[in-house]
Design a protein around this ligand. Structure first.
Ligand SMILES: Cc1ncc(C[n+]2csc(CCOP(=O)(O)OP(=O)(O)O)c2C)c(N)n1
Ligand SMILES: [Mg+2]
Length: 271
């Protein structure tokens, strides 16, 4: 696929951030820092790499994207709406009773491939999808976005061993490496030390990038596709709350939504 224009992607990312902040503020709850952290990562996948048909979301030949850090779903919802999986108007229903746009992704909403939110499980689901694609002799690729605090979960490392054991080269995991989790910095809560060495030791091909730089993200996705006999992990350095000065890099903004006056200030910064 041809690479989209970077200037245009940056403008659209700004609009996505406005949409995310607005829907969170209207809902009155949700994960603001976590959502703003992964805008470029998720948007690059849907703009450049994933094969899908928004009008036929269950098209058999589609690639799969699993948002293992399910609490970041406002970003996924905004991107899915941007690409026409459902009407943008639906974003207003975030977290309301009866909507499919719940606080964590759930099956049934077009574009959602797995119900996630209980951290640590998404990579195992992605493994299953990648293995079954191979058994069916399909060239489906599977992508899975994990939080860096999420990989404190033991199940992630079981899944990491499984993917390497089965040489799942149709699987690409991405870590949103914002160095923060729910209530503090990773190094204070539970340090992961040398991530690159850890994943290499588990048998993965590792690529390290700036997770807000569209060129680096798209290049890394291209490189991942060329690696044979190993799964790839992209360790994407990010800033939690990216784009809004008073939200950036603050654990307090992990799981709260902007109040009306805060929304006003945030939108002004994203003008
Ligand atoms: C199994 C499980 N334990 C705890 C939680 C509560 N929880 C939600 S988000 C979060 C922190 C996640 O941090 P990280 O993976 O770094 O994601 P970020 O928000 O920084 O992108 C926690 C502990 C959960 N959702 N699932
Ligand atoms: Mg984090």
């Amino acid at each position: 696929m041809k690479k989209p224009d970077i200037g245009k992607l940056k403008e659209q990312a700004k609009q996505l951030r406005r949409d995310i902040l607005t829907m969170l503020s209207e809902a009155g709850s949700g994960h603001t820092g976590s959502s703003l952290s992964c805008v470029e990562l998720i948007f690059s996948l849907y703009s450049y790499k994933l094969r899908y048909n928004a009008k036929d979301p269950y098209w058999e030949e589609r690639d799969r994207f699993i948002l293992s850090k399910g609490h970041g779903c406002p970003t996924l919802y905004a991107v899915l709406a941007h690409f026409g999986f459902f009407l943008k108007d639906k974003l207003k229903t975030l977290r309301q009773i009866g909507t499919l746009l719940q606080g964590h992704p759930q099956l049934g909403l077009p574009g959602i491939e797995a119900s996630t939110g209980s951290l640590g499980q998404g990579l195992s689901v992605a493994n299953g999808m990648a293995l079954s694609a191979r058994l069916d002799k399909k060239d489906t690729r599977v992508y899975c976005l994990l939080g860096d605090g999420e990989i404190n979960e033991g199940q992630v490392w079981e899944a990491a061993m499984t993917a390497a054991h089965y040489s799942l080269d149709n699987l690409c995991a991405i870590i949103d490496y914002n160095k923060l989790q729910i209530d503090g910095f990773l190094c204070d809560v539970k340090d992961m030390f040398e991530l690159t060495k850890k994943w290499e030791a588990f048998g993965w091909n590792v690529i390290e990038i700036d997770g807000h730089d569209f060129t680096q993200i798209m290049d890394s996705l291209d490189r991942a596709e060329k690696v044979k006999d190993k799964p790839t992990i992209i360790i994407a350095h990010t800033i939690k709350g990216k784009g809004v000065s008073f939200i950036e890099n603050k654990a307090e903004w992990h799981g709260i939504a902007p109040k009306p006056d805060e929304l006003k200030c945030a939108l002004r910064e994203l003008d």
